[in-house]
Design a protein around this ligand. Structure first.
Ligand SMILES: NC(=O)C1=CN([C@@H]2O[C@H](COP(=O)(O)OP(=O)(O)OC[C@H]3O[C@@H](n4cnc5c(N)ncnc54)[C@H](O)[C@@H]3O)[C@@H](O)[C@H]2O)C=CC1
Ligand SMILES: O=C(O)CCC(=O)C(=O)O
Length: 532
C-alpha cells in the first residue's frame, strides 16, 4: 500500500503534485491543523504529516499518531513540534532550513524601514484624508548601527542587505566565529555591547530555553534611548508587557513585530500603540518562499517514505538518496550487532563504543551509530528505532562513542560493537559480504563466519569433545532443525562459542535443556529481523 501523507496547513499546491508524482497517497486538508480534535481523530491513518505553523504537533497528538513516521515542517522554526515526543516515538522531524530565509530577511528589512518612517501609520492617515505631513517625522538608517541577535541563515542575509544600505552591523551569536563574522561583514560583539551600540535591533534566533525572553525590562535598560526593535523570528523572544512599558516611556521609539507570544494574535496590549508596526506572521509569506518550502518538504518526506533517504532532519542523521542503497546493508548490520548484544545482555548498559574499521570508517557513521544503538535498545524497548534510540540511551545515561580507524584485518571494512554493562564487556563484529548480507565475523574476540538468520541459538561453552553431538541431539529431539552451525574458540580446550541458525524459534524449555549439558556455560535463543 502506498504511504499516506496528510497536509494539515495551507501549503502550496506544488507539494500535492510532488507527493502524487512520487507515488504517495496525499490528503490535502489545509484547515484541519487548527482543529485539534479532528486532527487527533484522523492522525492515526497517516505515515507522514506536512505542516506549517498552524498545526501544533504536541505530545498528545503524537501519542495518537500510531503510524506516523515523518513530520515535515514547510519552513524553519519547529517550535510547534514536540521534538522529544516525536523522537521517543521514532518519528523523524524535518524542516526546510533555507527555502524561506531570503523572504524572511527581506521582511525584516521592510519592517525596519516601516518603523523608521512610520509607513503603515502614515498610510492609514493619508487614506483617511488627513494629510498629516508634520506628524510623521522619521529617521534615516544610513550610518546607523543595526544589532543582529542570531547571525545564522536569516541574520546573515539581513546583515548583507543592511551593509548594502550603508548601516554598521554588529551581531551577537554564541556560535558566530570571528572568521564567519568577517566573512559576512559584521562585528561580533557580546549581547550587552550590542544593546549599548544599536540604533535598531533585529532578532533572528530560534525560540529555545536560552533565547526565550532574551529582551526583557532589564535588557531595555541597557539599550540606547530611542532604539527601534524588529522581531521577525519568534514571539517569545521579547517579553511583550516589558516592551509595552518601554514604548510608553519612550525608551523604545518603535517596534516592528511579525510574531507574538500567542498566535494567532487577535488581542494584544501592543495593538493600537502609535509606534508599533505589526504583521500577522508574514515573514515567510511570499509566493517564491512558499513554493520553495512546499516543494522541498514534499520531496524530502516522499524520499524518506519511499527510500529511507533522510534530508534536513532535526532528530536523525541525514542519509542522502545516493548513499541510501549502499548504506542500507550496513545499517542492517549495525542494527544486528546491536541486537545481538542487546539480546545477550540483561545487566544495565553503561557504555557503547562503535568501531568503524577500514571502508566503514568512510561511511555515514552517524546513521550507523543510530542503527547500532537502536538494535541494542530494542530487546528491552521494542518501539526504539534509529530516531528514538540515541535519545532513549542518553536519557538512561548510556555513554555512546565512535572510533574510526584504518583497515586492520583481512576485511576491507567491518563494524565492531563494544558494550560495557554492569556484569561484563561484550564485543561483536560483523561485515557485509558481496552478496549484500550481513555476517558476524567475531564474538568475544573469537573469529567466526556466521550468516545471520531469523532464529538463532548462541552458546558459550567449554571446548570439550561431545559438545556438538549433545547440542544437535537436544535440538533434534525437540524438533528444531539446524540450518547452519558455526563454532569458534580461543584455543583448544578453552572458551568456545557456537552460533546456530535454526529454522524455527527455540523455546525457553529447550534452552534450559541445552544449558543442562555440562559443557554449556550459557545458551540463548536469539531472533533477528532479517526481512526489514
Ligand atoms: N517570521 C517568519 O515567518 C519566520 C521566522 N523564522 C524564525 O527565524 C529563526 C531563525 O532562522 P534561521 O536564521 O534560518 O536559523 P539559523 O539556525 O540559521 O540561525 C539561528 C541562529 O541563532 C543563533 N542562536 C542560538 N541561540 C542564540 C542565542 N542565545 N543568542 C544569539 N543567537 C543565538 C544560532 O547560533 C544560529 O546562528 C527561526 O528559528 C524561526 O523561528 C524563520 C522563518 C520565517
Ligand atoms: O509557515 C509560515 O508562514 C511561518 C514560517 C516560519 O515561521 C518558519 O519557517 O519558521
Amino acid at each position: 500500500m502506498a504511504p499516506r501523507v496528510l497536509i494539515s496547513d495551507k501549503l502550496s499546491d506544488a507539494a500535492v503534485q510532488i507527493f502524487k508524482d512520487k507515488g504517495i497517497d496525499v490528503d490535502f486538508q489545509p484547515d484541519v491543523g487548527k482543529d485539534k480534535e479532528k486532527l487527533a481523530e484522523i492522525i492515526g491513518d497517516y505515515d507522514g504529516l506536512a505542516i506549517r505553523s498552524a498545526t501544533k504537533a504536541t505530545e498528545k497528538l503524537i501519542e495518537k499518531a500510531t503510524n506516523l513516521k515523518v513530520i515535515g515542517r514547510a519552513g524553519i522554526g519547529v517550535d510547534n513540534v514536540d521534538i522529544p515526543a516525536a523522537s521517543r516515538k521514532g518519528i523523524i522531524v524535518m524542516n526546510t532550513p533555507f527555502g524561506n530565509s531570503i523572504t524572511t530577511a527581506e521582511h525584516a528589512i521592510a519592517m525596519m524601514f516601516a518603523v523608521a518612517r512610520q509607513i503603515p501609520q502614515a498610510n492609514e492617515s493619508t487614506h483617511a484624508g488627513k494629510w498629516e505631513k508634520s506628524k510623521f517625522m522619521g529617521v534615516e538608517i544610513t550610518g546607523k548601527t543595526l544589532g543582529i541577535i542570531g547571525a545564522g541563515n536569516i541574520g546573515s542575509i539581513v546583515a548583507s542587505r543592511a551593509i548594502g544600505l550603508k548601516m554598521n552591523v554588529v551581531a551577537f551569536d554564541p556560535f558566530l566565529t570571528e572568521e564567519r563574522a568577517t566573512q559576512i561583514g559584521v562585528k561580533k560583539v557580546e549581547l550587552d555591547e550590542l544593546f549599548a551600540r544599536a540604533d535598531f535591533i533585529t532578532l533572528h534566533t530560534p525560540l529555545t530555553d536560552k533565547t526565550r525572553n532574551i529582551i526583557d525590562a532589564e535588557a531595555f535598560t541597557k539599550m540606547k534611548d530611542g532604539v527601534r526593535i524588529i522581531n521577525c523570528a519568534r514571539g517569545g523572544l521579547i517579553v511583550e508587557s516589558d516592551l509595552v512599558e518601554a514604548l510608553k516611556s519612550g525608551k523604545v521609539a518603535g517596534a516592528a513585530l511579525d510574531v507574538f507570544e500567542e498566535e494567532p494574535a487577535k488581542e494584544n496590549a501592543l495593538f493600537g500603540m502609535d509606534n508599533v508596526v505589526c504583521t500577522p506572521h508574514l515573514g515567510a509569506s511570499t509566493s517564491e518562499a512558499q513554493e520553495n518550502v512546499a516543494l522541498q518538504v514534499a520531496e524530502q518526506m516522499a524520499d524518506y517514505l519511499n527510500s529511507g533517504a533522510v534530508t534536513n532532519a532535526i532528530n536523525m542523521p541525514s542519509i542522502s538518496a545516493e548513499e541510501a542503497p549502499v548504506l542500507k546493508p550496513f545499517v542492517k548490520l549495525a542494527e544486528m550487532l546491536g541486537s545481538f548484544v542487546g539480546q545477550v545482555t540483561d545487566a544495565p548498559i553503561h557504555e557503547v563504543e562503535i568501531i568503524f574499521d577500514g571502508s566503514t570508517a568512510g561511511m555515514n557513521t552517524r546513521a550507523l551509530v543510530s542503527a547500532a544503538v537502536s538494535g541494542l535498545m530494542r530487546p528491552q524497548m521494542p518501539e526504539a528505532n534509529m530516531v528514538s534510540a540515541p535519545l532513549l540511551a542518553k536519557e538512561r545515561g548510556v555513554i555512546i562513542s565512535e572510533v574510526r580507524r584504518d583497515k586492520t584485518g583481512i576485511f576491507d571494512g567491518y563494524i565492531m560493537l563494544r558494550v560495557k554493562a554492569s556484569d561484563t564487556t561484550r564485543t561483536v563484529a560483523g561485515t557485509v559480504f558481496s552478496d549484500g548480507k550481513p555476517r558476524f565475523i567475531q564474538i568475544k574476540g573469537i573469529n567466526i563466519d556466521a550468516e545471520i538468520g531469523q532464529n538463532m541459538v548462541y552458546t558459550t561453552n567449554i571446548d570439550k569433545p561431545g559438545f556438538i553431538g549433545a547440542l544437535g541431539t537436544t535440538l533434534g529431539e525437540n524438533g528444531v532443525n539446524i540450518a547452519n552451525f558455526q563454532l569458534g574458540r580461543k584455543a583448544a580446550g578453552s572458551d568456545a562459542i557456537a552460533l546456530l541458525y535454526v529454522d524455527e524459534p527455540v523455546s525457553d524449555a529447550v534452552i534450559e535443556k541445552l544449558t543442562a549439558h555440562p559443557q554449556v556455560i550459557r545458551a540463548r535463543a536469539l531472533s533477528f529481523d532479517v526481512e526489514a
